[in-house]
Write a protein that binds this ligand. Structure first.
Ligand SMILES: *Cc1c(COP(=O)(O)O)cnc(C)c1O
Length: 406
């Protein structure tokens, strides 16, 4: 069976993790802080805080902006549940909008119509690693016409004086937008380093800060660092200094810190990410695209345009003109032939919790159509040429077969 996205675990990673275990420093410490610096250098962000998941990072940032009950946060209907769940955790209302047909990303016109005086934040998602339309989103929130409806309710909201743009870049670590990396394109960006993502620390994530003047990103970093560990004024590292046992608690903070065991994986991966990991993933995308281009029924994902380059996280193939049932039958047959594929994502209004809150999939026709036609193909570093060929042969055979018998 060709798996869908196994992690790449090699000796250097095992050695680095073992080194951490032997050092006796297994929670947040020097390796986590070093990984933060490496990520800052790599993406060119002002300040990066590592956390234990993207979910925690997104929630921390919404809380930092004071998002609460009665507020609205605009998100795409086509995403993983985490994007909406964190809004619910804050007691606010996720306002779901439909997506673009061509790239699955949040639609700008739909955002415009969803903005109200209760809107406090927008969370664009870089689906499959392909960046959303950041310039258009930033222009929109900065326009006088939109800004005049914004109702600031706390210090940070007064300072920014507009809708906060928080990117869910769980898929797009290393992606480019107009020659800049994700993490530098809006107010704050959150990456996921979960096991199935491009860059993994098993579980983990990072917040990249890029707030405009008069915000001081270093000060916000320090604050978030404290809030990600119970609001404790000193972390474990600071407390190791001789005699420095005493600390204060400034707020009822969260428990979202990354550990050095996890950071060890990241420190090795970041060495190879730009030069080996991304080129390999790109080669897989190119191979699939070349082979599937000839198929009349195939809609292929964008991954490299004049202004954007994907991080090649997911390869969302779409089959034209099929029903959801036919798509499911195709997936079943592909699996029976030894290839694991997947679907990204079930639009949120299809999930019980959100359906029961009153979200209706009929309000998101593009999201539904993209979902019903979608099959994600395996993309990972250790995928061999033979396996890539087998994926293509199997997909083409099965789809032709299903279409013929339709
Ligand atoms: C994986 C994922 C997340 C959550 O990441 P965690 O690190 O597991 O919290 C959030 N948003 C999207 C779009 C994802 O795919």
């Amino acid at each position: 069976m060709i798996p869908f996205s196994p992690p790449k675990i090699y000796q250097e990673i095992i050695d680095e993790v073992a080194d951490t275990l032997k050092s006796g420093w297994i929670t947040t410490g020097p390796k986590t802080k070093l990984l933060e610096q490496k990520i800052e250098e790599y993406i060119g962000a002002l300040k990066v805080l590592c956390v234990n998941s993207a979910t925690a990072g997104l929630e921390l940032m919404l809380r930092w902006y004071g998002v609460k009950e009665g507020d609205e946060v605009i998100i795409p209907a086509y995403t993983y549940c985490a994007t909406a769940n964190v809004v619910r955790h804050c007691g606010a209302t996720p306002v779901m909008v439909d997506v673009n047909e061509h790239d699955f990303n949040i639609n700008i016109e739909k955002i415009k119509h969803a903005i109200t005086s209760k809107t406090k934040a927008i969370i664009p998602v870089d689906f499959a690693g392909f960046p959303a339309d950041y310039d258009e989103i930033m222009q929109l929130v900065k326009s006088e016409q939109i800004k005049q409806h914004f109702v600031p309710e706390n210090e940070n909201q007064h300072k920014l004086n507009r809708i906060f743009v928080l990117s869910d870049a769980a898929h797009s670590f290393g992606a480019n937008y107009k020659k800049q990396k994700t993490g530098t394109l809006c107010d704050a960006t959150v990456f996921s380093f979960h096991a199935v993502k491009n860059f993994t620390t098993a579980e983990g994530g990072a917040i990249a800060l890029n707030l405009p003047q008069p915000f001081a990103n270093t000060e916000i970093y320090k604050y978030l660092n404290i809030i990600s560990l119970h609001g404790q004024s000193k972390d474990a590292l600071a407390k190791t200094q001789a005699g420095a046992w005493q600390y204060d608690v400034i707020e009822a903070g969260y428990k979202a810190n990354m550990t050095d065991i996890l950071a060890s994986l990241g420190l090795v991966e970041i060495k190879y990410y730009e030069k080996e990991t991304l080129p390999k993933r790109k080669a897989i995308f190119r191979f699939y695209t070349e082979k599937l281009n000839e198929q009349q029924w195939a809609t292929l994902p964008p991954y490299e345009t004049e202004t954007k380059e994907s991080s090649y996280h997911l390869y969302p193939l779409r089959i034209k003109g099929i029903s959801e049932q036919q798509r499911n039958a195709i997936i079943k047959q592909i699996a029976e032939n030894g290839v694991s594929v997947n679907v990204h994502f079930q639009p949120l209004p299809l999930l019980s919790y959100y359906k029961n809150l009153g979200y209706n999939i009929e309000d998101y026709p593009v999201a539904y159509k993209n979902y019903a036609h979608e099959i994600s193909l395996p993309v990972y570093y250790d995928l061999t040429n033979e396996q890539m060929q087998k994926v293509i042969d199997t997909v083409i055979d099965v789809v032709n077969n299903v279409l013929k018998n339709a």
